[in-house]
Write a protein that binds this ligand. Structure first.
Ligand code: PLP
Length: 464
């Protein structure tokens, strides 16, 4: 493809993307293809000669789109949102074109420097304590996902604990991690990868981890000669958007000198609104904090932002320094390769920069507020019907609800909703209660979509 063809095809692709996103509500949100559908539509071997652009372009609709689940459809209410916006897509195009691998400052200074500044901008928008800013011993770094943020901070905490317990024989076999039974599965997985013990702390009736429950488990382990070293507090749990009691959990971690990591993957974006910022009270106790702008801050996947109060444990944990990666500014500037597992890293801060500059923080606040308001509207519709109940407090953009009655009935309702295909929801369960989750996800979702979803659910429930 020569530059002139690229300009022409690029315009065509931009038009296709804009048409796709502007008319997305006309597509079934949940793909209903059968496994193996795609192999039947394309040849078994890669082409030897170049194919014509128009044939490839037409195959987007023929081959790809039938198997796409449309996460940006206003009828998509599953999981949690994944963000999308034109400024972010444009920034990613530029990042692809620059195509640098920013593993060290010298490998592309703008990549490192913009990331540092963007992490400080975001930290200030969230009113994180000053220790998380790059001006002191702390600072922020972009990871791919919240799971990676948990894993790398767990490794950093493990290395800190190892240096403290250097004389304790086989200390690593005694190391224990804690998170609520509502925490994301990535915490348990990080423990498997790091070969440390995981404890699931029973949550209270509101699905919160309390200081008391955590203290009880920690004390028992200490009495048995074990070494508690890392706690994850979740703000906005995956099943029901519950918030661990940070103001109780924090002092327990301080008392026992345990690394406290906060996973606010979804809810973190809402902390840019002053009315939701109290949900983050207690962050001052944390050693590390993470949320996903790629969930709810209009920055496209992947962009998971992680801050540390003291970056030395992370940087020292991953420090392998071959000659070919050394440069003369080393030590004076961050080399983000030490802050993550892979060596290579994309220019992801560009999309934060574009989104923050082209939309502004006031617009982002109003966007979050609009989603929360839509969740409240859906909650009111559920509450207005005697056959249904809301199962958990609606704090942000997630409503958990169910038909009053047994779990089986609700399982049938969920299956029928997804078979129907007009909207897409996922279920969850907690303390043996099965319920449905209605998440406000898409940028475009409006009150009519919420009413449409409720009408669809009612219709289907009546036909059961
Ligand atoms: N933590 C929480 C609270 C989540 O809700 C999720 C996903 O929804 C994750 C972690 C995992 O996110 P990621 O895909 O960024 O690893």
């Amino acid at each position: 493809m020569d530059p002139e063809q690229f300009r022409k095809r690029g315009r065509q692709m931009i038009d296709y993307i804009a048409d796709y996103l502007e008319n997305i509500e006309n597509r079934r949100p949940l793909s209903n293809v059968e496994p193996g559908y795609l192999k039947l539509l394309i040849p078994d071997d890669a082409p030897k000669k170049p194919e014509d652009w128009n044939t490839v372009f037409q195959d987007i609709e023929r081959v790809i789109m039938p198997g796409v689940t449309h996460w940006h459809s206003p009828q998509f209410h599953a999981y949690y949102p994944t963000a999308n916006s034109y400024p972010s897509i444009l920034a990613d195009m530029l990042s692809d074109a620059i195509g640098c691998i920013g593993f060290s400052w010298v490998s592309s200074p703008a990549c490192t420097e913009l990331e540092g500044v963007m992490m400080d901008w975001l930290a200030k928008m969230l009113q994180l304590p000053e220790e998380f800013l790059s001006t002191g011993e702390g600072g922020g770094v972009i990871q791919g996902t919240a799971s990676e943020a948990t894993f790398v901070t767990l490794l950093a905490a493990r290395s800190k604990a190892l240096s403290k317990h250097i004389n304790s024989s086989k200390s690593i076999t005694k190391f224990v991690v804690y998170a609520s039974d509502q925490a994301h599965s990535s915490v348990e997985r990080a423990c498997l990868l790091a070969a440390v013990e995981f404890r699931s702390v029973p949550s209270n009736e509101n699905e919160e981890m309390t200081g008391e429950a955590l203290e009880e488990m920690i004390q028992k382990d200490i009495d048995n000669g074990l070494i508690p070293f890392y706690v994850v507090a979740t703000l906005g749990t995956t099943p029901s958007c519950a918030f661990d009691r940070l103001l109780e959990v924090g002092p327990v971690c301080k008392k026992h000198d345990i690394w406290l990591h906060i996973d606010a993957a979804y809810a973190g974006s809402s902390f840019i609104c002053p009315e939701f910022r109290p949900l983050l009270d207690g962050v001052e106790f944390a050693d590390s904090f993470n949320f996903n702008p790629h969930k709810w801050l209009l920055v496209t996947f992947d962009c998971s932002t992680l801050w540390l109060k003291n970056n030395k444990y992370l940087v020292e944990t991953f420090n392998v320094d071959p000659l070919y990666l050394k440069h003369k500014e080393q030590g004076n500037v961050p080399d983000y390769r030490h802050w993550q597992i892979p060596l290579g890293r994309r220019f992801r801060s560009l999309k934060i920069w574009f989104v923050l500059r082209l939309l502004g923080s006031e617009f982002l606040q109003s966007y979050i507020r609009r989603h929360v308001q839509l969740a409240k509207e859906f909650e009111a519709l559920v509450r207005s019907n005697d056959k249904f109940e809301v199962t958990h407090p609606v704090i942000l953009g997630l409503v958990c609800f169910r038909l009053k009655g047994d779990n089986e009935m609700n399982r049938k309702l969920h299956d029928a909703i997804n078979n129907d295909g007009r909207i897409f929801l996922v279920p969850s369960s907690s303390k043996s209660v099965y319920f449905l989750r209605f998440a406000v996800c898409a940028y475009k979702t409006c009150l009519n979509d919420v009413k449409f979803a409720w009408k669809t659910i009612l219709q289907i429930s009546e036909s059961l």
